[in-house]
Design a protein around this ligand. Structure first.
Ligand code: SAM
Length: 297
């Protein structure tokens, strides 16, 4: 976007925010081009931007010539600062909340402020955009209809293992944020708690130059990361296939094995009905699998 466009956004933007509203604005997780047009308009138009790290966010704001007043709101001062910010809303000011990257409140500050704004009757408006957890899930190739976001695991070994044990039988896809200096320990714990065969995806440096998305049995993934120090760097998300999905997969494979045997003696319709009865897998996908077998013969 050219500087002229940025100035244009600032001018137009003044009309696009309401007084006394808190805007929760998502910013990029690496690639600055991922910021939305609406986010830029709101950031340019608000009276105050509450940012996790004013210097860090300064880069994004500078790039788009956004000059709104900025104040710091981070983990250490949020409880003290939130009443001041809500006071500004009460004075009719518009406020945008941003974090260092991605969506505020997602493993980032903002919860106390958003809660207080609601408690005091102010409107809170989300301006959606990037979040590492959803970017990772969208590209991981794991079931995405039901998932659990666990944020960061505990940093200490015993607590981390305990947390993983609680999640071991979870059937939904699990999503964790992890720090690079803990990736080997966490993968080692996952091998121990989930078993070396559980499918895990490492999504690293998303939207950036060295973006890598690698899925494998967690035992293999651990070896791969161990043998390549580059994979131990940068920002990362770990996604774990849920247990039921694993179980269903092996159940499906077993049904297909039985179907193949039955097909030696029976018609496709009879064999798929019987294989479905034996394994509890639906007949239709088995019938379709049988069709692909006869096509490939
Ligand atoms: N609010 C952010 C969001 O919406 O994703 C998350 C903030 S949290 C403090 C930072 C963690 O998010 C990183 O340690 C990493 O686990 C994950 N993360 C952020 N950016 C990422 C990226 N580009 N690629 C992979 N993981 C990322």
């Amino acid at each position: 976007m050219s500087n002229n466009n940025a100035t244009e956004i600032e001018k137009q933007g003044k009309a696009s925010v309401d007084k006394g509203v808190l805007y929760v604005v998502a910013t990029p997780i690496g690639n600055l081009a991922d910021v939305s047009q609406r986010a830029l308009e709101v950031l340019a138009a608000v009276d105050i931007i509450a940012a996790e790290d004013t210097r860090h966010s300064g880069r994004l704001l500078q790039q788009y010539q956004i000059t709104s007043k900025i104040l710091a709101l981070h983990d250490h001062n949020e409880r003290d600062r939130a009443p001041d910010v809500v006071q500004r809303l009460a004075q009719g000011k518009s406020v945008a909340l941003i974090s260092d990257a991605g969506t505020p409140l997602i493993s980032d500050p903002g919860f106390h402020l958003v809660r207080l704004a609601h408690e005091q009757g102010f409107r809170v408006v989300p301006i959606p955009g990037a979040s590492a957890m959803l970017a990772a899930l969208s590209a991981a190739g794991l079931p995405s209809d039901r998932f659990v976001f666990e944020g960061f695991l505990p940093s200490k070994g015993t607590a981390r293992k305990k947390r993983l044990e609680v999640m071991a039988a979870e059937s939904r896809t699990l999503i964790f944020y992890e720090a690079p200096h803990r990736i080997l320990d966490t993968l080692t714990d996952m091998v121990e708690v989930f078993g070396a065969d559980r499918h895990v995806v490492l999504a690293r440096e998303l939207t950036k130059t060295f973006e890598t998305i690698k899925g494998d049995a967690v035992g293999n993934l651990l070896d791969w990361v161990k043998n390549d120090p580059d994979q131990q760097k940068g920002e990362m998300v770990l996604l774990v296939k849920g247990l039921e999905a694993e179980a269903n997969h092996s159940n499906e494979q077993e049904a297909q094995r039985i179907l193949k045997i039955l097909l030696e003696e029976l018609s496709l319709s009879q064999a798929s009905a019987l294989a479905a009865k034996i394994t509890g897998i639906r007949k239709k996908p088995l019938y379709q699998f049988g069709l692909t077998l006869s096509e490939s013969n």
